[in-house]
Ligand binder design. Structure first.
Ligand code: ADP
Ligand code: MG
Length: 629
């Protein structure tokens, strides 16, 4: 057995490689800069982890999300491989410790965020390390034409000068041809070897359905397609209402969004993973790193921002290779809403600068200072003091975060949570007898709907300002309520935190030049147009439209998307298809429906019923269908 296969077996316990893994590993072993384009779940991590084991020195991995880094570090540690990450929120001592052990050979894998690469302290340590390989995960983040552009990714190439001999491998699941070129360019990849697997998913039927009664339509889909599914909605509250609607209609469902606390998210996720719940209704916070093979359908109740995002999310269906459905339900107001949201996500540049200045002034961060500093995130107060609406403030903060200047709380663990386990009656009785606590509780309930169903993140300062009291007093009252078993209160160790990742930059705002921002915005607009075109074009096979977007020419129609089916049903041959099968031999209705549905026919059951009603088909005593004549 050759060396890579042995390592694959030894550390991961697998017997064979997935498509292209071996070729990619081979290329890295030969010291080539390598670009690996494999679908989500295609096994990209192995493509850098395995060659890293065969090369001397450490493997530096650049990854955009703390959660992804922690997952991978855990995964490697479970296999007794030495890995660690340096993330914001660690103390100076902690991060120094990790960097030193990377220098002393105590680590094989070092995970960092791209922002880190800019810091002097990191660079000084990095130069002293023995580096065998640099891996850039989610490499599409480097391109402003990509759907998740992160300017700090542009710094990655700068650190290559310290270890010019170390090859670089870039990995992504979604790159259009322009984005792939951008990756090679900005990572200064020399003589880059590209490996790309096909974007065609032969078992996935893409459907775009125009329907104004979305929930009824969803219900019909869920009832018809058996098995596990994911339903994506845009906002957190809708996850809950829709899951409840499905439950009330007899479909076991759960919901998931980033506002739930970590334990709750885990519980809901595993209920769905192990099949206790059929349907997961979620925001796009759900799915990253989910490894469930038998997902039969993914339904989108709203249009996502880009085809890249859609392809990623829809692609979670049918990993096992069995027939699965990716359905996007939209109505006439959706496209309008998309452009409304766009205006909020991409505010005027002036506004972004104003927000940055306001943040720096509010926290008294001087120009040239403040790097790596951390503050309580007083959203309400800042908005009030500087006259921003919360939505525009958030929009601007997200741009600043993407620019690598600040980090705002994404992990909702940073917040306290409250859950009310008692019934409404008990609550009412309590409120009558405890006026002061009861009044405050009323404010909490009004501010955070949904507390009676599950634990919800809260901000004590917000409550304090609403009931004219101090945060400390609110904490105190919540604790009393907890002790009286009226609520479950889990205080956070500290409130939501804002980090300044770099020292305060002068108005220059390095990466936020007029021109860069205008380009960023127009790229986003282009992506929005692409998905609008996708939902509007009902003349070209969906699968072909999708893969063409990723630069792949497909010569055959998929034969099972809504467009292909429509042209099939124009032939009007469903009934003769049924007759043709039954001429050969009688068959149970269920099996017949399955057979024809797999061939791409829709509503076969309805047609059978009509044919029975008309007397063209007969049901015998063994529940087999026959032709009547
Ligand atoms: P992605 O391409 O999305 O980054 P991952 O690297 O996270 O995918 O891998 C997805 C899953 O596939 C993981 O559970 C991983 O262990 C598994 N996997 C990777 N390579 C193989 C293989 N050769 N055989 C079987 N499973 C594999
Ligand atoms: Mg990955």
């Amino acid at each position: 057995m050759d060396a890579p296969k042995k390592l694959l077996k030894k550390y991961w316990g697998y017997d064979s490689f997935r498509p292209l893994q071996e070729e990619i590993i081979e290329s890295v072993m030969q010291g080539h800069d390598t670009l690996a384009l494999l679908p989500t779940g295609g096994g990209k991590s192995l493509c850098y982890q395995l060659p890293a084991l065969m090369r001397e020195g450490i493997c530096l991995v650049v990854s955009p999300l703390i959660a992804l880094m922690k997952d991978q570090v855990q995964h490697l540690n479970d296999r007794h491989l030495k890995a660690a990450c340096v993330v914001s929120g660690m103390s100076g001592e902690e991060s120094t410790g990790v960097l030193l052990s990377a220098i002393n050979g105590g680590l094989k894998f070092l995970y960092v965020s791209p922002e880190r690469l800019r810091q002097q302290k990191f660079i000084e340590h990095f130069r002293k390390m023995k580096v065998g390989l640099i891996a850039v995960d989610e490499a599409h983040c480097i391109s402003q034409w990509g759907y998740d552009f992160r300017p700090p990714y542009l710094q990655i190439a700068d650190i290559r000068i310290y270890h010019p001999e170390a090859p670089l491998i870039a990995l992504t699941a979604t790159a259009t041809p322009v984005v792939a070129d951008d990756i090679c360019l900005h990572l200064q990849m020399k003589d880059c070897r590209r490996f790309q697997s096909s974007f065609i998913r032969p078992n996935l039927a893409y459907m775009v359905l125009h329907d104004s009664d979305k929930s009824q339509r969803l219900l019909r889909i869920v009832r018809r397609v058996e098995g596990s599914g994911i339903v994506y909605v845009r906002n957190r509250r809708a996850t809950q209402t829709l899951a409840r609607f499905l439950e009330a209609s007899g479909v076991s469902s759960t919901f998931y969004h980033a506002g739930l606390d970590a334990t709750e998210r885990d519980q809901r996720q595993s209920a769905w993973m192990n099949g206790r719940c059929q349907v997961m209704v979620a925001t796009n916070a759900f799915g990253m790193g989910i490894d469930k093979a038998d997902v039969r359908f993914v339904v989108h109740m709203d249009i996502p921002d880009s085809l890249e995002a859609y392809f990623q999310e829809a692609g979670r269906a049918g990993r096992d290779g069995q027939r699965a459905y990716a359905v996007l339900i939209c109505d006439s107001s959706d496209i309008e809403r998309l452009s409304r949201d766009f205006a909020i996500d991409y505010p005027e540049l002036k506004q972004v600068r104003n927000v940055y200045r306001a943040l720096c002034n509010y926290y008294r961060v001087p120009v040239g200072g403040g790097a790596d500093s951390q503050f309580d995130f007083d959203i309400e107060k800042i908005c009030f003091n500087y006259n921003f609406t919360a939505r525009e403030f958030y929009g601007a903060c997200r741009i600043l975060e993407r620019e690598g200047l600040i980090s705002i709380p994404e992990q909702e663990d940073a917040y306290s949570t409250v859950y009310i386990p008692v019934t409404r009656n008990e609550l009412y009785r309590f409120q009558i007898n405890h006026q002061r606590l009861g009044d405050m509780l009323q404010v909490v309930i009004r501010t955070y709907p949904g507390l009676m169903e599950c634990a919800v993140s809260i901000d004590e300062r917000k409550i304090a300002s609403k009931c004219y009291s101090s945060p400390a007093e609110v904490v105190n009252m919540l604790q009393q309520l907890h002790e009286m078993h009226i609520i479950h209160y889990r205080p956070s160790s500290h409130g939501p935190q804002l980090y300044f990742l770099t020292e305060r930059v002068d108005e220059r705002l390095i990466y936020l030049s007029e021109q860069n921002y205008a380009q960023l915005k127009s790229a986003a607009q282009q992506r929005m147009k692409s998905i609008v075109d996708y939902v509007s074009d009902d003349s070209r096979c969906r699968s072909r439209q999708l893969v063409a977007y990723f630069g792949e020419q497909s010569t055959t129609d998929c034969g099972m998307c809504d467009v292909c089916l429509k042209s099939k049903s124009h032939l009007g041959d469903k009934e003769s298809a049924i007759e043709k099968i039954l001429q050969k031999s009688p068959m149970g209705a269920r099996q017949l429906v399955q057979l024809l549905t797999d061939e791409g026919y829709v509503d076969v059951g309805d047609t059978l019923r009509e044919m029975i009603d008309r007397g063209e088909l007969l049901l015998d005593g063994n529940a087999q269908l026959h032709l009547a004549f």
